[in-house]
Design a binder for this molecule. Structure first.
Ligand SMILES: [Fe+2]
Ligand SMILES: [Fe+2]
Length: 186
């Protein structure tokens, strides 16, 4: 590990120290959610960039200070945009676009797959309305024009599954190897 790269050290710190807050309405914290998402991507044999994206997809929650579940207070925290802004200077679009679009992907799936909405967890249903509800046909066309939209949809599916209380995963250090190999040279 090139732990001397301060960008990697900062990301590891966010996951270690800023991810102890509860994940929405689920009985797990942000760190467990990130690790479960990355582990799902790893076990699916996804590209390293998508495993890194899965680990980092909610990093916007860790760089803001809106509390653990702003959706409950009727606030869309736009964490996907905050996360994208944070990551954009460090990673290419194979990492940043799935992160930027992981909320849009929920709105996309709700429009494209009639049974998807029924599978959403209560906190996802709550935030969906704040985020604009299912996509319109125009929004669907715009979404599908993004080269990484399939990866964003895949990440969204991991996101929904990564809420299992008490599930043991490999530690953050295990997944940081994918982050290290995906980060752009300085
Ligand atoms: Fe998210
Ligand atoms: Fe998430």
């Amino acid at each position: 590990m090139t732990q001397t790269d301060p960008r990697l050290a900062e990301i590891a710190d966010l996951i270690e120290f800023k991810a102890g807050g509860q994940y929405g309405l689920a009985a797990i914290n942000q760190r467990q959610h990130a690790l479960q998402a990355a582990w799902l991507a790893e076990r699916m044999g996804c590209p390293e960039s998508l495993i890194a994206a899965a680990l980092l997809h909610d990093i916007g929650h860790m760089v803001h200070d809106l509390g653990d579940n702003p959706a409950e207070a009727g606030v869309d925290d736009q964490h996907e945009a905050l996360g994208y802004e944070y990551l954009a200077g460090m990673f290419g679009p194979d990492v940043t676009e799935p992160v930027r679009l992981h909320v849009a992907a929920k709105r996309y799936l709700c429009a494209k797959e009639p049974d998807y909405f029924a599978k959403l967890s209560p906190d996802s249903v709550l935030s969906l309305s704040l985020q604009g509800g299912p996509m319109s046909p125009e929004e669907i066309a715009e979404f599908e024009a993004v080269p990484q939209y399939r990866e964003a949809v895949q990440l969204r599916r991991f996101d929904e599954q990564a809420k299992v209380k008490g599930l043991e995963t490999p530690p953050a250090a295990h997944f940081m190897q994918y982050v290290e190999r995906s980060i752009l040279p300085t």
